[in-house]
Design a protein around this ligand. Structure first.
Ligand code: NAD
Ligand code: TYD
Length: 359
């Protein structure tokens, strides 16, 4: 039987990588991509499927009940994977409103419409149905030099972004415990790889190097993140959907704790090798220490034992391999990022948005 996935936020970084992953992994599927096309949603990330009969794009908001209801009634998904979110910590500091609207209220509407749909399904269809909520390790707050986040770590978010994601996780869990919606939750560490919007550390640094711009390192650059190649995250999500226990949370991490400054220096060194700039001794000359982010979490580190033990998932990419692959992807996909960096991007999206709305 053909499996229908409703993927929300499928035009963003991880959502689009997940669609690529599903298209490679599953034979008989339909993917319905529901995306609002915010600044972070880029149709070019999934343009390979624009005319593919296995793929449908719906321009809409997870917070729009009527739209979500129509999608359920029209496509009858067996799996919902909720990637749709506002995702950048710095933007949540300068403007938290969208984070509250999408991450909290939007998730609530999506859960509610999923439940209404779920209640009408036959028993065998109810047994197959899954609502997979995608979340972050940032909900657990900040670690000191020692320790790891486990699934039992108490939530302690610092930024408006992580607080809004924490709220959405609590809602998803409540819809399972109170209403019986078959929810799965994953909390993942920092991702990197193709199609990441160049506001996040790794793509921003790669592109600033290529444009010989300063590389802004917050504070002293000693903050630590646990980095995971995006395809490994997609694989973990897929494993959880297939074999995860309903109502459970799974932490996903790369076991790659690296300080920010080291990440930036590594990118500089790889570009010195792949694309040396005759005007610079090294791209490292562009590193500039800037004012720290307010409420900047010091360290994130995931204990991913549960997903390894229960589902056999382990990451396939080392950081050394993943970061070289990522730098290469940005070098080979200049039109993708030049368009975004040119300023034409938002213009294009305003037009795209209007024409889609007119349909
Ligand atoms: P992204 O910002 O690249 O993409 C978000 C996508 O959601 C965009 O396509 C956007 O248009 C869409 N969207 C936003 N609001 C919407 C709404 N109201 N309705 C429908 N679509 C909407 O984000 P990302 O980095 O791909 O992150 C995806 C998910 O993974 C998020 O939930 C994020 O919290 C989580 N996550 C991200 C990371 C990371 O390192 N990027 C790590 C762990 C978890
Ligand atoms: P980011 O990619 O924004 O992810 P998150 O804040 O969700 O972890 O940032 C990763 C780390 O890099 C974080 O510690 C902040 C730091 N950072 C910089 O030092 N300079 C930058 O320009 C950016 C965007 C991030």
């Amino acid at each position: 039987m053909r499996k229908v996935y409703l993927v929300t936020g499928g035009c963003g970084f991880i959502g689009s990588n997940f669609i690529h992953f599903l298209m490679k992994t599953e034979d008989d599927i339909t993917i319905v991509n529901l995306d609002k096309l915010t600044y972070a949603g880029n149709l070019k990330n999934v343009e390979a499927y624009a005319t593919d009969s296995r793929y449908v794009f719906i321009h809409g908001d997870i917070g729009d009940r009527n739209c979500v209801r129509d999608v359920f009634e029209t496509y009858h998904p067996q799996v919902v994977v909720n990637f749709a979110a506002e995702s950048h910590v710095d933007r949540s500091i300068s403007g938290p409103g969208d984070f509250i609207n999408t991450n909290i209220v939007g998730t609530y509407q999506l859960l509610n419409e999923s439940l209404n749909y779920f209640k009408e399904l036959s028993e065998p269809d109810q047994e197959r149905f899954r609502f997979h909520h995608i979340s972050t390790d940032e909900v657990y707050g900040s670690l000191g030099d020692d320790g790891y986040f486990t699934e039992d770590t108490a939530y302690d978010p610092s930024s408006p972004y992580s607080a809004s994601k924490a709220s959405s996780d609590h809602l998803a869990r409540a819809w399972y415990r109170t209403f019986g919606l078959p929810v799965l939750i994953t909390n993942c560490s920092n991702n990197y790889g193709p199609y990441q919007f160049p506001e996040k550390l790794i793509p921003l640094m790669i592109l600033n190097c290529l444009e010989r711009k300063p590389l802004p390192v917050y504070g002293d650059g000693q903050n630590i993140r646990d980095w995971l190649y995006v395809d490994d995250h997609c694989d973990a999500i897929f494993q959880v959907i297939q074999n995860g226990t309903i109502g459970e949370t799974y932490n996903i991490g790369g076991n790659n704790e690296i300080r920010n400054l080291e990440i930036v220096q590594t990118i500089c060194d790889i570009l010195d090798e792949f694309r040396p700039n005759p005007k610079l001794k090294s791209y490292r000359d562009l590193i500039t220490f800037v004012k720290d982010r307010p409420g900047h979490d010091f360290r994130y580190a995931i204990n991913a034992t549960k997903i390894k033990t229960d589902l056999g998932w382990v990451p396939k990419h080392s950081f050394t391999a993943g970061i070289r692959k990522t730098v290469k992807w940005y070098l080979q996909n200049e039109p993708w990022w030049e368009f975004i960096r040119s300023g034409e991007y938002l213009n294009y999206y305003c037009k795209q948005y209007r024409s889609l709305n007119a349909v």
